[in-house]
Design a protein around this ligand. Structure first.
Ligand SMILES: [Zn+2]
Length: 346
C-alpha cells in the first residue's frame, strides 16, 4: 500500500481521544508486515518493534492515533444530543457540521444544530454560539427512540469528512493531525534498515495531554525520541510570516522549540544533517504554541534526547485539513535518513 492509501484509510477511521479502537486496529495490521513484533500496552498504545543489533540504541518514533472530537453528554427528552468537547476545538467551527455518532449498534448520521438564526435575539446573532448551546440532531423523535437507535452517554462523535484528492499532490480529509504522522511512520518502518532497535508507537490521548506517549516512553525508555506530527502551515490569507512561517510544499519542518519541548541540540543536528546530505528540503520552526508527544518522551525517567519532525498542514483542529503528499513523502525520507544516521550521533 502506498502512503496516500494508508493515509486515506487512517483518515476516514474514527479515533476520538480515548476511543482509538478503529485506528488502533488499522495501525496493527499496517505495521505488522514491517516489524518483528506488535504489542499493545495497557493504555492502548500500539508498539511495533523492529529489532536491531544487541545493545544498539533504542529509538522511539511516536505518532498519535487520536483526534479531536465530541462525546455524547446527555440526550434530551426530545431526542437531541448535547455533547462534551474532547481536545482543543474552536466553538466557531461546530455549527451546521455533519457528524457521525459511533454507537455500539452502528454509525448514526447527525447535524450540529442551534436555535434558528431567524429567531435568535440581536445579541445572540452577533456572538459565537458556544458548544453547550448547540446540539446534535440525529432525527430521533424523542429520548427513548434515540436510545433505541443505540445512543449512549459517552459515545464518541466525529466529523463526517471523507478523504479526497483535490490537486496533483494535495489531499483534504479528517484528522490529518495526526493520521499523516501515523502514515509516515508506517511507511518509514517499511523502508528502514538500521542496526538500532526501533519502536514505532501509535499513541493514544495526545490531544488531551500527551498521555499515551507518557506511559509508552516509560515502558520503552528509549535513547532517543522523535515525534512525527503536523504543524500549522500559515501560508493562507491573513497570516503574517512571523505568526506561522511554515509553508505547504516546502518540505518537513524540523522543530527547534514549542511550549513543552526544546528539541535536544544533537537531535536537531542529526535531523538537519540527514536532510542536507539527502537533499531533502526542510523548514525550521520555533516558538510554537502547544506541544507534541516528544515533550513527554523527553522527560521520561532520567531524560531522553528528543525532537519533532512535522508535516505542514492547513486548518488543523478543524473538521477537515489539507496537506501536500510531497511533504509527507519527504517526511518519510527524512525520518528514514535520520534514524539510519543515529549510530553515528548517539
Ligand atoms: Zn497532533
Amino acid at each position: 500500500m502506498v502512503l496516500a492509501e494508508t493515509l486515506e484509510k487512517l483518515s476516514n477511521a474514527c479515533g476520538v481521544a480515548g476511543r482509538e479502537e478503529e485506528v488502533r486496529g488499522l495501525m496493527k495490521s499496517f505495521l505488522k508486515p514491517h516489524v518483528d513484533e506488535v504489542n499493545e500496552d495497557k493504555l492502548g498504545n500500539i508498539i511495533g518493534i523492529k529489532k536491531g543489533k544487541k545493545n544498539a540504541s533504542k529509538v522511539m518514533l511516536a505518532a498519535h492515533m487520536d483526534e479531536i472530537g465530541l462525546l455524547v453528554k446527555t440526550i434530551s427528552k426530545e431526542g437531541f444530543i448535547q455533547f462534551a468537547k474532547i481536545g482543543g476545538i474552536d466553538d466557531r467551527i461546530l455549527l451546521a457540521q455533519k457528524v457521525i455518532v459511533y454507537t455500539e449498534k452502528g454509525l448514526l448520521d447527525g447535524i450540529i444544530g442551534s436555535k434558528p438564526p431567524h429567531i435568535q435575539k440581536e445579541e445572540e446573532r452577533k456572538r459565537v454560539l458556544t458548544y453547550d448551546e448547540l446540539f446534535i440532531d440525529i432525527g430521533a423523535e424523542n429520548q427513548e427512540q434515540a436510545k433505541k437507535m443505540g445512543v449512549k452517554i459517552g459515545d464518541p462523535v466525529g466529523f463526517d469528512i471523507k478523504f479526497a484528492k483535490v490537486g496533483k499532490n494535495i489531499v483534504i480529509g479528517k484528522a490529518f493531525d495526526d493520521r499523516v504522522g501515523c502514515a509516515v511512520m508506517i511507511e518509514a518502518m517499511k523502508r528502514l534498515k538500521t542496526e538500532c532497535t526501533v519502536y514505532a508507537v501509535g499513541t493514544v490521548q495526545e490531544e488531551v495531554g500527551l498521555r499515551g506517549a507518557t506511559t509508552a516512553a516509560f515502558g520503552i525508555y528509549p535513547d532517543i525520541g522523535i515525534a512525527l506530527d503536523v504543524t500549522i502551515a500559515g501560508d493562507v490569507p491573513g497570516v503574517r510570516e512571523v505568526e506561522a512561517p511554515i509553508k505547504l510544499g516546502k518540505g518537513p519542518s524540523i522543530e527547534i522549540a514549542d511550549m513543552g519541548l526544546i528539541a535536544h541540540p544533537k537531535v536537531v543536528r542529526l535531523l538537519i544533517d540527514a536532510a542536507e546530505e539527502n537533499k531533502i528540503p526542510y523548514q525550521l520552526e520555533t516558538g510554537l504554541p502547544g506541544s507534541t508527544d516528544a515533550a513527554r518522551i523527553s522527560l521520561t525517567r532520567e531524560g531522553v534526547p528528543s525532537g519533532v519532525i512535522s508535516i505542514p498542514t492547513r486548518y488543523i483542529h478543524s473538521p477537515s485539513s489539507l496537506l501536500s503528499l510531497e511533504d509527507a513523502e519527504k517526511t518519510v525520507k527524512l525520518t528514514v535518513a535520520a534514524v539510519q544516521k543515529i549510530p553515528k550521533y548517539f
